[in-house]
Design a protein around this ligand. Structure first.
Ligand SMILES: Cc1ncc(COP(=O)(O)O)c(C=O)c1O
Length: 345
């Protein structure tokens, strides 16, 4: 199937721009396993600095960032506390149990933002029958929470409870820079509450590949062992790291456009009979809506949209998700909303 003309399926569908490709083509490279790739080294230093951590490691994906962090932090039988909609629970092929040999404890929330009381209640008593509550993981922005941004006070509160119980704190920052741009809270401010955190390059930042995981120098050394073990250690990876360097220099501030476009798209589709927005607010670039009121299933709406060259993800029987990103502009979004109206009414 060829790519849709207006592709709102995901911000992972962005293609590298000519300028990004040029940066990739011209990148200085070396063997990253020997720490001899200057572009990888530069990217890691940039991200460590941005997140306020001692060191960082470049990995092929965000999934590997989560999984290696959990692998380092957990012993078999430990428990990771996180929201029930969190990516590691739903979309990482059972990685926490398969790789870190840890179980997950899901907290139920509306938007992926849980409270200090929920964390307190979920932490296990210190007795040998119970798993050890080892890691608190926070997703910011929340994917299935509608791209919601965690308020910094809430982060301070939940991580204080976790740390008070000797737990390790981890942030899944797949879309952390969307949160930064939307809230005005710096990545470093978010970072100070977490032992480990990462950001994805292949989402709103527009790179083809990669995530960067940051933490203490000791943590990164341990992470390297699992990067090697899982086959994530690369060679002349500067070719792809260059896209990350380019994106951090050029594609961060513009995320505000994606957020504005998402809000305009929300306003437009809220007027369509039978379409119901799932969340009352759109903080960033993810728009979830229900099509039940149209009498159609999401799969049928998806099919009709694709026939008109628009791609919006069917995420459940009647649930759909549209994502704004640097490959769609305001005019295309208005056109997509118009086509959505035509196919459901
Ligand atoms: C919140 C969240 N975490 C982790 C990931 C995994 O990232 P990757 O696709 O780079 O493995 C995603 C991807 O969609 C995500 O949305």
């Amino acid at each position: 199937m060829t790519a849709s003309r207006i592709d709102l399926y995901s911000d992972t569908h962005t293609k590298p721009t000519p300028a990004m490709r040029r940066a990739m083509a011209e990148a200085e490279v070396g063997d990253e396993q020997q720490f001899e790739d200057p572009t990888v080294n530069k990217l890691c230093a940039m991200v460590a600095e941005l997140l306020g951590k001692e060191a960082a490691v470049f990995l092929p994906s965000g999934t590997m960032c989560n999984q290696i962090a959990f692998r380092v932090h957990c012993r078999p039988g430990d428990e990771i506390i996180l929201d029930y909609s969190a990516h590691p629970i739903n979309s990482e092929s059972g990685g926490p149990s398969a790789l870190a040999m840890a179980q997950t404890r899901a907290l139920h929330t509306e938007r992926g933002i849980f409270t200090a009381d929920q964390v307190r209640d979920a932490i296990r008593p210190n007795r040998r029958h119970s798993p050890c509550s080892r890691v608190l993981s926070v997703e910011n922005t929340t994917n299935f929470g509608g791209g919601s941004v965690w308020p910094i006070e809430d982060i301070a509160a939940v991580t204080a409870v976790a740390k008070g119980h000797g737990m390790i704190t981890h942030m899944d920052g797949a879309r952390l820079l969307n949160a930064v741009v939307a809230s005005g809270t710096s990545a470093r401010e978010y970072g100070q509450y977490f032992d480990t955190l990462w950001l994805d390059l292949s989402k709103g930042l527009g790179c083809p590949i990669g995530g960067v995981l940051a933490g203490s120098a000791d943590f990164i050394e341990q992470a390297w062992r699992f990067k090697q073990q899982m086959g994530g250690a690369m060679r002349q990876a500067g070719i792809i790291a260059a896209a990350g360097v380019y994106a951090l220099e050029h594609n961060v501030e513009r995320l505000a456009e994606d957020h504005e476009n998402a809000r305009a798209f929300c306003r437009a589709i809220a007027q369509i009979p039978g379409i119901k927005l799932i969340f009352d607010r759109c903080d960033t670039n993810l728009v979830f809506f229900d099509v039940a009121g149209t009498g159609l299933e999401a799969a049928e709406v998806d099919k009709r949209l694709r026939a008109r060259d628009v791609h919006i993800g069917a995420m459940g029987p009647t649930l759909m998700r549209a994502v704004t990103h640097l490959d769609v502009n305001a005019e295309q979004l208005a056109e997509a909303a118009g086509i959505l109206r035509e196919v459901v009414v």
